[in-house]
Ligand binder design. Structure first.
Ligand SMILES: [Mg+2]
Length: 279
């Protein structure tokens, strides 16, 4: 169980969680047209993206800060559901464990290439065709992200991400270059554009498939799934959730999304979770 003081610390780090969108008369943007999600019940299985959902996005991935009390909140929410809570992230599992220590629950890393079940069993999808394609792209990205370029290549082994947050004006050029690289590398990998990042991923892996794999296992079987995410790669997860009769929550603004509900910020997500996670 999480002590209330710890939950308060999570919330106190985010004093201005913002307001959920509300229906109103007149023109609504897509973001505004989605209401805030209902309170979580104990029958729901909870799937949570990490960056931009539980953690504020940092200039570089290694600079993120974890709110004090967040690991304990995750533990509490998981215990309330007999372990039916999983992180669904583009980060490797080892990084999730480092960030959220001592939490050590179910999780999918690298968009589902790595997966740890609620009982601690590890699974890794091996795909030699995508590994060969990434080997072809790796040196070209490294050359592009030379020291003074403002670009960062994040080599996660099973995926490659090119971050351009420091040079947002180059977005169009960089996306076009990445698309050309993907075409050259062939059908084994796909290119996903996120917030100031493009990522090369194996074609047969996505967050929706990872959620589907958890839902076939205890303690997720039979639960109503809920997924919270903030970015393009989460849309595969939203589609899977809706197929299974659950609900999806998109964080922040989105011109298009398959999510049913919206929360305006990381702070609002933490406040919503903390409300449900109170002992
Ligand atoms: Mg995210």
């Amino acid at each position: 169980m999480v002590e209330e003081s710890r939950i308060d610390q999570v919330l106190s780090a985010h004093l201005t969680p913002g307001k959920c969108a509300t229906h109103k008369d007149g023109f609504l943007t897509l973001e505004e047209s989605r209401p805030c999600p209902p309170e979580l019940d104990l029958q729901s299985a909870l799937f949570l993206d990490v960056d931009g959902t539980l953690l504020e996005i940092a200039p570089r991935p290694e600079l993120v800060r974890v709110s004090h009390g967040l690991p304990a909140l995750l533990t509490s929410l998981s215990e309330q559901r007999q372990g039916a809570l999983a992180l669904i992230s583009g980060r490797p599992l080892a990084e999730l464990d480092r960030l959220f220590h001592p939490w050590h629950g179910a999780a999918a890393g690298l968009h589902g290439i790595e997966r740890r079940s609620a009982n601690g069993m590890l699974d890794r999808i091996l795909d030699s065709a995508s590994a060969t394609a990434l080997d072809q792209i790796r040196p070209q990205l490294a050359a592009l992200a030379r020291d003074d370029s403002g670009l960062t290549v994040e080599d996660k082994g099973g995926t490659l991400a090119l971050h351009y947050r420091a040079v947002p004006d180059r977005e169009q050029e960089l996306r076009a270059y990445a698309e050309a690289l993907q075409r050259q590398a062939g059908a084994a990998i796909r290119l996903i554009a996120g917030k100031m990042v493009v990522e090369f991923q194996p074609f047969g892996v996505n967050k929706g498939l990872a959620i589907g794999a958890f839902m076939a296992e205890p303690p997720f079987i039979g639960c109503r799934p809920v997924f919270v995410g903030d970015d393009t790669t989460d849309e595969d997860g939203f589609r899977e959730i809706r197929k299974r009769g659950g609900f999806a929550v998109r964080v922040g603004s989105a011109s298009e999304t398959e999510a049913d509900y919206a929360l305006p910020s990381v702070a609002a997500v933490l406040a919503w979770l903390a409300k449900s996670g109170l002992p």
